[in-house]
Write a protein that binds this ligand. Structure first.
Ligand code: CLF
Ligand code: SF4
Length: 500
């Protein structure tokens, strides 16, 4: 059956229907103004924004109405959180105080999300009380919610009332037979329902909720947990269907199933995907959909830029001592946002000018022998290379190729300078970093010590600290050009052909 195309991005917007782009940013310039307005400073909906703008979560929603095989109720909802993390639960009044304190201290914080620790819509009073107070007291903050979707259709009208513009639904399948392998039960109309029947109800509610949100112009992101052997072959179909129904973005996240988290999958030895498997599936889905590749599976009380957690600065005892004048803070926030926007706009202009140059240069680069190269970046945010190799606990991974620079994802590691001699399994922190950088040929950082240099080179990864404080994409292009001039971009098959 042909699904109706209800995409809330107008067809004339251009967008990514051809599937050539991997993030919303490549199409930012083509989005209609009202969508651009919703996306440009949301760190999850825009890859570019995540270098500059922060989000925070408040953990106000303890209960859940379904069971996922990758979740242990002792921890936060694993649909949007790194498993094994426990957040401190807040009452809505405390949560609002915390949001105002963070917004006044971190003006780059533009989005407040409720993502747990259970399902926000299984706790509607606490969730909507928080949103109601915030929409009155902090109208400059975008409101965002993440749900498993079971109760979604019942709450869409209320969401629209509080100007909730961004909703994430975790959709792991559209086939109840696949769903029965992921969800052992749901709690529905005061009854516990199991197996295929439970999965069928959940899927129906998710799809109905998605359609209702799109009809009201609310942007929908779909999260899917990739579970090898269970739904990995099925997720491209999920992507195609949710795109056809108007979802804006798809975020395929890897299953994390450590045995110590005590989840069903952890206990039964279900593995998560490798970096390569994840990237292959994301690329496959991107034929149909804008893909999110910068998700950090943050916790239900995360604060700061994606990938950082400043939660310790905002414990309730510290917040109680803060004297917040929010109307004043809003003025300061508006100034900071305007300055960031100005910077982003000038970068966009410079980038467009460069794209034209590159396309001329591309005639030179775009020969069959130039091949793509993966590069790892150490950054603390701001879109520049500003992190010491030894302090990086994650690297951003980009692919440089004759057609430009493409963001691929991020890889976590243990900060080399803080990892001690070993960090479990006899592996040193440096071993872990080198493993995390598998497949990369270059690591760009602001500085690097002498010690890791040799082991990185031996692993085929060229360390480079010469592009400190440069914009990431500029540095990658410069490095790629350097490699081309040095004859390092010769495609293996061409090389072999020459030898032959
Ligand atoms: Fe939070 Fe989620 Fe809103 Fe973002 S997170 S509720 S959409 S504000 Fe973002 Fe974190 Fe990934 Fe979620 S990086 S886990 S996608
Ligand atoms: Fe756990 Fe979230 Fe699934 Fe509920 S929806 S069982 S909290 S992962």
């Amino acid at each position: 059956m042909e699904l109706p195309v209800l995409n809330n991005v107008a067809p004339e917007a251009g967008g990514c229907s051809a599937g050539s782009c991997g993030s919303t940013d490549d199409q930012m310039g083509h989005l209609p103004e009202h969508i651009r307005e919703k996306v440009f400073n949301h760190p999850c909906y825009s890859e570019e924004a995540h270098h500059y703008f922060a989000r925070m979560h408040v953990a106000v929603a303890p209960a859940c109405n379904i069971q996922c095989h990758y979740c242990n109720r002792k921890y936060d909802c694993a649909n949007e959180s790194r498993p094994g993390v426990v957040s401190e639960l807040h009452h809505p009044v405390q949560a609002v105080k915390k949001v105002l304190a963070v917004a006044a201290t971190i003006p780059q914080m533009t989005v407040l999300g409720i993502a747990g620790p259970g399902d926000p819509l299984a706790n509607p009073e606490r969730t909507f009380e928080t949103f109601r107070m915030l929409s009155e007291q902090a109208p400059d903050i975008k409101l965002c919610v993440s749900t498993n979707g079971l109760s979604l259709p019942d709450h869409v009208d209320e969401m629209a009332k509080y100007n909730i513009d961004h909703v994430t639904i975790t959709i792991n399948c559209v086939d109840p037979d696949v769903g029965a392998l992921i969800y052992p039960w749901i709690f529905w109309k005061n009854k516990r329902i199991k197996g295929r029947e439970a999965a069928a109800i959940l899927i129906e509610q998710q799809q109905k909720g998605l359609e209702m949100l799109v009809a009201r112009g609310i942007l929908v992101k779909v999260n899917s947990v990739m579970i090898p052997g269970v739904n990995d072959k099925h997720l491209a179909e999920v992507s195609r269907i949710v795109k056809a129904k108007g979802a804006f973005l798809h975020n395929v996240m890897p299953l994390i199933s450590e045995a110590e988290h005590g989840t069903f999958y952890g206990m039964t030895g279900q593995r998560g995907p490798t970096n390569e498997e994840l990237q292959t599936l994301q690329d496959e889905c991107s034929g149909d959909m804008n893909m999110m590749r910068h998700c950090r599976q943050c916790r239900a009380d995360a604060v700061g830029l994606l990938g950082e957690d400043r939660g310790d600065e905002f414990t309730m005892d510290k917040i109680e001592k803060m004297d917040i004048n929010y109307p004043e803070a809003m003025k300061m926030r508006a100034e900071v946002h305007a300055a960031i926007n100005e910077e982003l706009e000038s970068k966009r202009v410079a980038k467009n000018a460069k794209v034209q140059l590159v396309s001329i240069d591309g005639l030179k680069l775009n020969k069959p022998e130039t091949r793509p190269v993966l590069m790892a970046i150490a950054t603390k945010g701001g879109g520049v290379i500003n992190e010491h190799f030894g302090h990086a606990s994650e690297f951003l991974i980009y692919e440089a190729s004759p057609s430009g620079v493409r963001f691929i994802g991020h890889r976590k590691t243990v900060a080399y300078c803080e990892g001690g001699d070993t960090c479990g399994d006899g592996e040193t922190a440096l071993d872990k970093s080198i493993k995390a950088l598998t497949g990369c040929e270059v690591v760009l950082c602001s500085k690097i010590g002498f010690e890791p240099w040799g082991p990185l080179e031996s692993a085929g990864i060229q360390p480079n600290g010469e592009h400190a404080m440069e914009p990431i994409e500029d540095a990658i292009l410069a490095m790629y050009e350097e490699m081309r001039v040095a004859g390092k971009l010769v495609h293996k098959s061409s090389e072999q052909q020459k030898v032959a």
